[in-house]
Design a binder for this molecule. Structure first.
Ligand SMILES: CC(C)(COP(=O)(O)OP(=O)(O)OC[C@H]1O[C@@H](n2cnc3c(N)ncnc32)[C@H](O)[C@@H]1OP(=O)(O)O)[C@@H](O)C(=O)NCCC(=O)NCCS
Length: 139
């Protein structure tokens, strides 16, 4: 992820989430050397993922794909890349939180081997919703 990717990333972010991250959060992700920021590109930016080492795990903090390019394997590609990098960093697992209503994302994580690890009550605002916490144990 680099500076010129910001505008298309923000456009995808705004159509993907009810409470989109602000520009400053992505600028921070680009600047912080310990954060993992990955972009999927063809002629244009098609999706992105931001991961953050958290104790012994990689926390997947954000992942989204351009609505026009969904169901083409890009989300899986981004997660596969993050998991490979987490293994390279000798991390013990990957973890994330997902809205209870977000069945498509949950199915993607399930396909990759993430398992439900609990519910976080009122984790999200705008609109308020519980989160399903999921984790993938790395060998
Ligand atoms: C979740 C998201 C990143 C998935 O990206 P994607 O590129 O469409 O996903 P993929 O094409 O790699 O899908 C991989 C698998 O996930 C599951 N999946 C993904 N989208 C799905 C959907 N809408 N319905 C059912 N299953 C779905 C399927 O099992 C799919 O495999 P298949 O196409 O062979 O059946 C994308 O829908 C998105 O950006 N959503 C909005 C942002 C978001 O919710 N991010 C996650 C926050 S926790």
């Amino acid at each position: 992820m680099q500076g010129p990717d910001l505008e298309p990333i923000l456009a995808i972010e705004r159509v993907s989430f009810p409470s989109p991250w602000p520009r400053s959060a992505f600028e921070l992700a680009i600047a912080a050397p310990d954060l993992m920021s990955i972009v999927a590109c063809a002629d244009a930016v098609l999706g992105y993922l931001i991961g953050c080492p958290d104790v012994n795990d990689l926390l997947i903090a954000n992942v989204a794909v351009d609505p026009r390019a969904r169901r083409e394997g890009i989300g899986r590609l981004l997660l596969d890349e993050a998991i490979t990098r987490a293994r390279g960093l000798h991390l013990a697992g990957c973890k994330l939180d997902v809205r209870m209503s977000n069945e498509s994302a949950q199915r993607l994580y399930d396909r990759l081997g993430f398992q439900p690890r609990g519910v976080r009550r009122n984790y999200y605002q705008h609109p308020p919703e519980d989160a399903l916490h999921m984790r993938l144990t790395l060998d």
